[in-house]
Design a binder for this molecule. Structure first.
Ligand code: HEC
Length: 162
């Protein structure tokens, strides 16, 4: 009675262990934790910024823009060393800088324009990341069905000319 009752539990334990091991094996492919948390901070500041812009709260807008610039400047890890990625990173910082200046000048039109440029770089950079990931996925021969050969040799994202 006790034995048969215990068996499924061992099965579940093994399954959980396997899942944990799979998660560990997958860990290196996940973004650096440092970048994830800095992006969480970015999202938090960008949300605060939206409110400040909409309500023309210039000192708060200036503070959030400064935070965003600092977070971006402090993140040293670049997942994609392609010209497009670096361009978006540069545009992001530039938009944060001009937003700060426009807020200091209490110029709501300039603040709104810079805010739109800023959020557009969030979207564009993330789109670039998704596309690169998709390209990498398409290139990885291991992901193809058995017997199907990859149309392109595996290569680094940097060499893909993005
Ligand atoms: C120059 C590129 C770039 C820009 C600009 C950018 N991000 Fe990201 N973001 C990244 C990268 C790289 C990741 C990690 C993606 C991954 O590996 O899944 C990321 C991930 C995130 C995540 C998910 C974090 C998590 O929980 O793992 C959030 C949220 C995020 N970004 C918010 C923002 C916001 C908000 C902005 C604009 C204010 C922004 N990002 C601008 C590159 C960028």
């Amino acid at each position: 009675m006790r034995d048969t009752g215990a068996r499924p539990r061992i099965g579940i334990r093994n399954a959980l262990l396997t899942l944990a091991m799979l998660a560990l094996a997958a860990a290196p492919a996940v973004a650096q934790p440092d970048l994830g948390s800095s992006m969480r901070q970015k999202l938090d500041r960008a949300q605060g910024l939206f409110e400040a812009v909409v309500l023309a709260r210039f000192p708060a807008a200036r503070r959030y823009a400064g935070d965003l610039l600092r977070i971006s400047e402090q993140s040293t890890w670049t997942p994609l060393a392609t010209p497009s990625y670096l361009r978006y990173a540069g545009e992001f910082q530039e938009a944060a800088r001009s937003l700060g200046q426009a807020a200091a000048a209490r110029d709501i039109d300039e603040v709104a324009t810079a805010y739109m440029t800023l959020t557009s770089t969030c979207v564009q950079c993330h789109r670039l990341l998704r596309e690169s990931r998709q390209a990498e996925h398409d290139r990885a021969p291991g992901r193809l069905a058995p017997g199907v050969r990859s149309p392109r040799p595996p290569g680094s994202l940097v060499a893909s000319g993005q």
